[in-house]
Every structure is written in C-alpha cells, then in structure tokens.
Design a protein around this ligand. Sequence first.
Ligand SMILES: [Zn+2]
Length: 255
Amino acid sequence: MNPGTYRSVSDPGQDRIFITFDIDWASDPVFADTIDLVEGHGIPATWFVTHETGLLGRLERNPVFEIGIHPNFNEMFEGRSEEGGMQGLLTRYRELAPSAVSIRCHSLAQNNKMLDIFIRLGFTHDVNLFIPAQSKMELQPFTSWGGLIRVPYFWEEDVHCLFLEEGRENDWNPARFLDAPGLKIFNFHPIHVFLNTEHLSRYDRTRAYHRDREALIGHRNPDPAGGTRYFLETLITEAKKRNMDFGLIREIAVA
Ligand SMILES: [Zn+2]
C-alpha cells in the first residue's frame, strides 16, 4: 500500500484527514485569503474550482495541492437550457482543470447519468455524498460501477451552522471530529473562511460586499473562539499536534 492510500478503519495506523474547499465563485481577494492561510500552514488540500482566475496557476504551482472541479447544475435543473446538456456543461468545467480527477458538484448535484459522464471525462473520484458526522457512521470510500471511487465526506461549515441553529451542535471545537473513526473529510468555502462565519445570516447580510475585500473585513465575525476560520485554524493545529497526515482526495484508494 503506498503512503497516500486511505487505510481502512481496521488499520490502527489510520491517522489521516482531508481538507477540501469549494471555491463557489469567490472573488480573488477572498479566495487568496484562504490560499494564504493554507499555505501558511504548509498542508496539502484539495480545491474544487468554479471559474477561471489567475489564482488557479498559484494552486497548480503548489505541489501539495490538488485541483478538482465544482460544476453548477442549479440553473440547468431550474429550467435554463445548457448547450450540450449535462455533458456539455461538464466538458466546459473540465476545461478549467484538464488533468483534474476529483469532482464535487455545487449543491451536491448528482444522478446516475452524471456519474457515467464523470467516468467518460476521466474523473476517478466523486465527492458528492455528504453524510454528517452526526450520523455516527464510519465512512469508507467505495467503488461504484465503471471504477468510479465514491468518497463520502462528513463535515462542512454551512451544515455545522445549521446544526448549531437547531441545537444539534454546541461549539466550534474540532476535536470530536478528529476523534471519529473512518474517513475524515472536511469542506470549507473561502467566503466563510474570510468572514469567520458562525451563522449563515452573516453570509446573507454581507452579500453586497462579497466582492469588496475592504468592506468585507469590517463584517468578519470577531469571535476568537468560534466560527469557520477559527475551526479551520484549530483543526489544522490540532491535527498537527496529533501527528495526523493531511491527504488529497485523489490519493484515496479502496482497500
Ligand atoms: Zn458549491
């Protein structure tokens, strides 16, 4: 087994986490802020990109980063015609990152026909299954038809915000997620990292400033012990303290 291979939960040596980002059309200053943070910690990360920007070159130049794609089917599903249908849309996103092998769709869009297209376009890792850590399921990757590796993930900041609102979570301490057995994949969005989002209302009421870095700075959540940015920083620090490895989605193999 090569060092990048995901080790099954029965393997006591399993000590790996995966940090991923959905870019969601973030403005360059907001996107760059997250890249700065991650590069500051010198850790591997997987970036699901949405649009052309000079910052893709910066991601490419970092040898411990992986670039995947994050296509948006929402308008198509709501009735807008898309040239070439699903395949046409995916082919255009594919051009953003010609060598990408990992894919997660915006809003987690998926259906079986789409999975077939992923395979045809050369994707090997699908990350469209969200199964919250609260399910207490030990997540494992598995191989679907056509050899596609389906990679479930268990934490995302916007869902954490919703669970906090519903009283199903109490704080932003990442320790219990690191303690969980099984595959541990975390997902973040640069806008929430920038805002240190602790409640989705912060995101909604700052929409007018999402592309204005200077204005947005004044709207950050100032809590030094809570919010998305705090969680990300603490997660990285705590995982390092525990000597855990940071993996890339493309390295995940099915035992
Ligand atoms: Zn998205």
